[in-house]
Each structure stands twice: as C-alpha cells, then as structure tokens.
Design a protein around this ligand. Structure first.
Ligand SMILES: *Cc1c(COP(=O)(O)O)cnc(C)c1O
Ligand SMILES: [Zn+2]
Length: 392
C-alpha cells in the first residue's frame, strides 16, 4: 500500500491511517496522502489500458491487503456517447452511466473503499447517514462483507431505497427532519457505539478515494484524453472533489498534462454551495429548508458547512463553475434522457445534463467542447416521484 497518512485539507496537520473524522487541530476534514514515487506506474497503466474497475486501481487506494476488499465488481461503468442531447446542445457529450453499478448508484465506489478499510481495521459495525442511495449501497456491501449496518435516513426517503437497505439486513433509523438531522444522529450513535462512520460527506477520509476512480475510468474510456468539463450533481460534494483528485494524480504520475474543469450542480430548492459560488464568497453557509424533486442531493449542510467550502475550493481550483437548475428543467431532462438516450435516471442524476443546457446557453461551455455528465443513480429507486410527475 502506498497510502501514507491522513492530512488536514485546511491546516496541513498529518496523522496515522486510522479512523479519524476531523482534524484534531482545526476541526476541518481530512484526506489520504500517498507516496506517489513508490506507486507502480505500470500497474496503473495496465488498468487504464484494460479498462479496470475500482479495485484494479489498488495501487492508488488505501487498503493494506487487497484480499480484504469487500467488492462486487463495482465501477467500470460505460461512458456512453450521447446520440441526441449533445447534438442539440452543441457539445461532444458523454454520459458516465453509474446506474450500472451493483446497487444502481455511484455510491458503490465510495462505499466499497470505506467499508473495506473499516473491515481491515477490525470494525464489525458500520453506519451511514444518507438520502437513500448511500444507505442502499452500504447495506449491500455489509451483507457481502458480513458486517452489521445501521442506516440513518430522513423519513421522506423513497421507499425503493429503503427497501434495498431493509432486504440486505440493515437497521433503519429514521429522522423526521432533513438530511442534516440524520447526519448528526449518525455521528452521535457512531461515537457512542464505536461504529465506523461511512457517511457520504467528507467525514470519512477513505470514501473519496473510491470516488476518484471515476476520473481514471473517464480518462481510460476517452482513450487517454482529458475532457474539457466534468459535470457533477452535488450533495456535500466528495464525488466532485474525488474526481478532481483523481485527475490530479493522473497528471502527477505523468499520464496526462492537463486537467478538466469541474462543474458542480445543485437544485434551485437546495443550493448552498452554488449560492456561495455565485456570490463570489469564500465560505459556504447552510441552507434553511430544502425543497426539490432531486432528493438525493438535498443536503442543507447544517453544522458541517466546511464540507461545502471544500467542494467550492475544488471547483475554483479547477477553473470550474457552479450552477443551479430548476425542478422543471430537471424533470424535463429525466424524460429526455429516457426517451432520447435510453437511460432511466433519477432526478438528482439528470441534473448533470440539465446543467449542460444552461451553461451552454450562458456561454460558459463553448461549442463542440468535450463534456462528461455523471449519471449518478437509477430511476427505478424513486418511481413514486417519477410517476406522479407524468400524471401532471
Ligand atoms: C449522493 C448522491 C449525489 C451526490 O454525491 P456527493 O458525493 O454526496 O456530493 C448525487 N447524485 C445521487 C443520485 C446521489 O445519490
Ligand atoms: Zn486542520
């Protein structure tokens, strides 16, 4: 293993590779550092050439022994060239179809890494606060790894996602409020019971390492080319920061000499990070009340606003952009993706395509640029919302 330490993303404090959730010096979130000089470049190169899945990139993942990986062949999802939407928008559009993961969302990437590390460290119980997809995913990986799983979700979570978690054998703990309430409840229970917290904010420093494999796959699938833009729906945003980290590593290892610009997308009804971007602010503030069809990305960030700031920093470092999209545009895009591209995505996932239209109209994305939109999760997990919308 070439991972060397946990490092504070703000003040630079470093510490050992154990389960530490926040910087003991300044309270900010942490990240995994590597000794890139000792990484076997040929093994990475082979994975890039062969189209490897998440664990094919174990050279760049923080697990001591890959035999400890709790895996279900996640990742290696198709990068589909858009047939219609790209032409209509006037860009070279690719859709990274994360609905093809084992539990039908990209959350299998952060979770396979987070739970494998927890298992290797001897934890028998894992927990997650989730808007649904993360809970469904971690539940399946807990079944696979024979660990006990506790999921904290808002009561408004779609029944399809709760059913997945229930059938894989998890304990479900509801909160009556929003996602932030589940976040704080999970944090408390993890501390009391010594459960590994695999919540998909930046709280667990290992999960983002799974997200970054999206960068390796996109680079491999574009025949070792870097797209101009990558469009990512944002909760707290570790997926966006993970993809950004992955491309920086590819450059550091000498595989590419340029980087993509990162676009973060939120719904108009819950957009704390985009608000800060638009105001030119250096800090993200919490959102009071989230109201959007894109439930999977409805994270008001109450009490962990710094996570939003970290995402904002990644967007700015990349020379990227932040955009919010309306529920109407999102639902139109869900339909368009299904009819024109044959991809059935949930609303939060379609927002990464809605954003392309908006930013092309604005002149941010230029004619014929290469754009990759991440289609984060499958529409089948939230059919009530989608059927209700069709009736309108
Ligand atoms: C979790 C989730 C996101 C947001 O990812 P983060 O890394 O938490 O910002 C986007 N889309 C879907 C469908 C999700 O489940
Ligand atoms: Zn610090």
């Amino acid at each position: 293993m070439h991972a060397t330490a946990l490092k504070c993303n703000r003040c630079g404090w470093t510490g050992g590779l154990d389960i530490t959730y926040t910087c003991p010096r300044c309270g900010y979130s942490l990240e995994v550092t590597y000794s890139y000089d000792s990484v076997d470049r040929r093994r990475v190169s082979k994975a890039l050439e062969n189209g490897g899945s998440v664990w094919a990139y174990s050279e760049l993942l923080p697990l001591k022994d890959t035999d400890n990986a709790i895996s279900m062949e996640e990742g290696n999802t198709p990068l589909i060239k858009s047939r219609t939407i790209g032409v209509k928008a006037g860009v070279r559009l690719y859709l990274k179809d994360e609905t093809r993961n084992p539990t039908l969302s990209f959350k299998d990437r952060p979770n396979t890494v987070g739970i494998s590390v927890a298992g290797e460290m001897g934890y028998r119980d894992v927990a997650i606060a989730s808007t649904g997809n993360g809970a469904a995913s971690l539940s399946a990986y807990s079944a696979r790894g024979v660990l006990s799983c506790h999921v904290f979700v808002p009561r408004s979570t779609p029944v399809g996602k709760v059913a997945q978690a229930l059938y894989h054998g998890s304990e479900i703990i509801y909160s009556d409020g929003d996602y932030s309430e589940s976040f704080h409840y999970a944090l408390k229970k993890c501390m009391e019971n010594n459960w590994a917290n695999i919540t998909s904010t930046y709280i667990n420093p290992y999960t983002m390492e799974g997200d970054k494999t999206l960068a390796y796959e996109i680079f491999s699938q574009l025949n070792f080319n870097v797209p101009d833009w990558i469009v990512v729906p944002l909760g707290a945003g570790p997926m966006l920061s993970g993809i950004w980290k992955g491309f920086n590593e590819l450059r550091l290892l000498g595989f590419c000499d340029r980087l993509p610009r990162m676009i973060g997308v939120q719904a108009e009804g819950c957009a704390p990070i985009i608000d800060a971007f638009e105001k030119g602010s250096n800090r993200v503030s919490a959102w009071e009340k989230c109201d959007t069809v894109a439930g999977a990305i409805a994270d008001p960030l109450k009490g962990y606003e710094d996570d939003g700031t970290r995402t904002l920093n990644s967007i700015r470092a990349s020379g990227g952009y932040g955009v919010k999209v309306s529920d109407d545009l999102i639902m139109d895009t869900v339909k368009e993706l299904a009819v024109k591209e044959a991809i059935f995505a949930e609303p939060a996932s379609a927002s990464s395509v809605s954003a392309v239209y908006k930013l092309k109209d604005k002149g941010v994305i230029k004619n014929n640029e290469c754009v990759v939109s991440i289609i984060t999760a499958h529409g089948l997990k939230d059919t009530d919302e989608l059927i209700n919308h069709l009736k309108k």
